[in-house]
Design a protein around this ligand. Structure first.
Ligand code: PEP
Length: 251
């Protein structure tokens, strides 16, 4: 079964309004037609404008980097799933390790956000991954299994089929240290096996699992050539159009 190949950018808290417009135009202008799904994960302020710039390009989609679990209400400073949907957002990155570390998000909360995103017709990009000390203890498979089960395994098969998973070892994010292609493959195969056991072959074989953690033009090709690596979630290298497009072209 051919799975959807995806390269998603996570701009994090970078780029003012004009810089975001220029980056989006730079990416769109440099892209060649391809079957790879390209997702731009921008701060909220860019969503409407990026949505307008990419509207006629069928393989380029828009992601938010978070959303609140409630539909509306007295949650000053927050943004809900229906609001994102109204801006043309198709995907929402949830459970990024920076949100877990700095905003104390755990998998019980992330499960509610997953439900809110699905209920509003968008697709979660669910991030999981172990910190360095867990890898050093050799307990990464157990931890990632726990994350995936708590955040996602309450879903029906139909809802689960809309999920994208990003495996992002915390020790590789923004550090310049990349997991080896073998380490990435091993964890992706582990995640796919968990999904096969919980759901079925078609669900497991259809799930796109992205690798994230210091992916660059120089290492993307080898990572993406692994059997269970279906693309990448790209932080730092998504901030330069040339690098991001080079990563998209690595397939
Ligand atoms: C990320 O933030 O999801 C990420 C993978 O960052 P970087 O590519 O900079 O390591």
């Amino acid at each position: 079964m051919k799975r959807q190949q995806i390269v998603a950018g996570n701009w994090k808290m970078n780029k003012d309004y004009e810089e975001g417009r220029d980056l989006t135009k730079g990416i769109v202008d440099a892209m060649q037609p391809s079957d790879t799904l390209v997702i731009l994960g921008t701060p909220y302020i860019h969503l409407m404008n990026v949505s307008r710039i990419i509207k006629d390009i069928s393989n380029v989609h828009l992601a938010a980097q978070n959303c609140h679990q409630e539909e509306s209400g007295a949650y000053t400073g927050e943004v809900s799933a229906p609001m994102l949907k109204s801006c043309g957002v198709g995907y929402v990155i949830l459970g990024h390790s920076e949100r877990r570390a700095y905003f104390h998000e755990d998998d019980e909360l992330i499960a509610k956000k997953v439900d809110a995103v699905l209920a509003n017709g968008m697709q979660p990009i669910y991030c999981c991954g172990e910190p360095l000390e867990v890898r050093e203890d050799g307990k990464q498979n157990e931890l990632v299994a726990e994350q995936v089960k708590t955040a996602l395994f309450h879903l029906s098969k139909e809802d689960f089929s809309k999920i994208v998973i990003a495996y992002e070892p915390v020790w590789a994010i923004g550090t310049g240290k990349t997991a080896s292609p073998e380490q990435a493959q091993e964890m992706h195969a582990h995640i796919r096996k968990l999904v096969r056991e919980q759901y079925d072959d078609a669900t497991a074989d259809g799930l796109s699992i992205l690798y994230g953690g210091s992916v660059k033009p120089g290492n993307a090709k080898e990572l993406f050539s692994q059997e269970d690596v279906d693309g990448g979630l790209i932080g730092g290298a998504s901030l330069k159009a040339k690098d991001f497009v080079a990563i998209v072209n690595s397939f």
